[in-house]
Design a binder for this molecule. Structure first.
Ligand code: DP6
Length: 329
């Protein structure tokens, strides 16, 4: 870390970041450490979905707002404590976060939100943190944020304190992700609570952790050869097995709504017709469809027939977080 400049002129810092969509899932925490993963995961950073974070110092107490709503601080406390250590004196933060897409709805807004916050806070502190150190800091806010400090394709090994970049955003330009918001609003159970409950009560949890290593290895091989069919197939196994732990836990958890299931079947039908599309889902009802650019129009056409009220967003693999020029005195 670079020492903090004594005459550091910045009074606020703003950063933006795209969410990290997992193809193999982080689902379960290791026993020790904050948000250290029990499973390896492979994420890709999506664009044009974006989180923005503007941070400044506050006089007496932290304040975090997301999309204008003041947040309970317990969720943010470990992260704010770690970020405050970037300064050479006790500090409080005022953080204003916004998302260009639904928050806490299963679209990985916490990954992009904490990645943007980590970058903005390090800038405010006058530190030039390495991506690896940013990944450690962002992870303390939310595990998946450890991946979102890089663009492109990012791996987060099981038990690791930080993620690591595999390929940048130019690696696979034809890859697309069609984001289908099938249900607006926040999910009833946070991914944090759901994964803890899965670990503590699901009889399938140990099998999930064991299988994850194998699926992850296969995903890395498929990614290395840009084999979309193999990668899509593994992504399906990963999310379905993850949901298997939730269906079996106490009390059981079902995030899906009818349209989620409809899209699973729609993707299956399209594959049977020779159109390469593979769905994945996270802790929520939303569906993301992995496909090649050449198939997007055909898939959108089918989506429109099946679910005319849906407004799909075609995303692709994007760059990592960036700073936005900020106020100086
Ligand atoms: C299903 O990163 O939101 O999206 O570390 O408790 O904040 P915390 O959990 P979070 O969980 C993400 C779970 C997932 C899979 C993934 O992104 O790998």
């Amino acid at each position: 870390m670079m020492p903090q400049s004594e005459s550091h002129p910045i009074t606020s810092a703003t950063a933006c970041a795209g969410p990290s969509l997992a193809l193999t899932k982080y689902w379960g925490k290791a026993k020790h450490g904050i948000n250290k993963p029990a499973t390896p995961s492979l994420g890709l950073t999506l664009t044009p979905l974006q989180s923005h974070a503007t941070v400044s110092l506050a006089a007496d107490g932290h304040e975090v707002t997301v999309n204008g709503v003041v947040q309970p601080l317990d969720r943010f406390a470990p992260f704010l404590k770690a970020a405050a250590k970037l300064f050479d004196r006790p500090v409080y933060f005022k953080a204003l976060c916004t998302n260009s897409f639904p928050t806490s709805a299963g679209l990985a807004s916490s990954s992009s939100g904490f990645a943007a916050l980590a970058l903005a806070m390090s800038q405010l502190a006058g530190r030039d943190l390495s991506h690896t150190n940013l990944s450690v800091l962002a992870r303390i806010g939310s595990g998946s944020a450890a991946r979102a400090v890089w663009g492109g394709f990012v791996e987060w090994p099981a038990g690791a304190a930080h993620a690591r970049p595999l390929y940048d955003e130019s690696y696979w330009p034809e890859l697309r992700v069609i984001v289908c918001l099938v249900h607006p609003g926040c999910k009833a159970v946070s991914s944090r609570n759901a994964m803890t409950q899965a670990r503590d009560t699901s009889p399938y949890y140990d099998a999930w952790v064991k299988e994850s290593a194998c699926m992850h290895h296969g995903a890395l091989t498929a990614l290395a050869s840009q084999d979309l069919e193999q990668l899509g197939d593994i992504a399906r196994h990963s999310y379905l097995r993850m949901f298997g732990t939730m269906l079996a836990m106490s009390p059981p958890l079902v995030y899906w709504v009818p349209a989620s299931v409809q899209l699973i079947h729609l993707a299956q039908g399209l594959r049977k017709q020779g159109i390469g599309v593979w769905e994945t889902m996270d802790a929520g009802p939303q569906v993301k469809l992995l496909c090649a650019a050449q198939d997007v129009d055909a898939i959108l056409c089918r989506l429109n027939e099946a679910l005319p009220e849906l407004t799909p967003l075609v995303a692709q693999v994007g760059a990592g977080p960036c700073l936005i020029p900020s106020t100086t005195v």
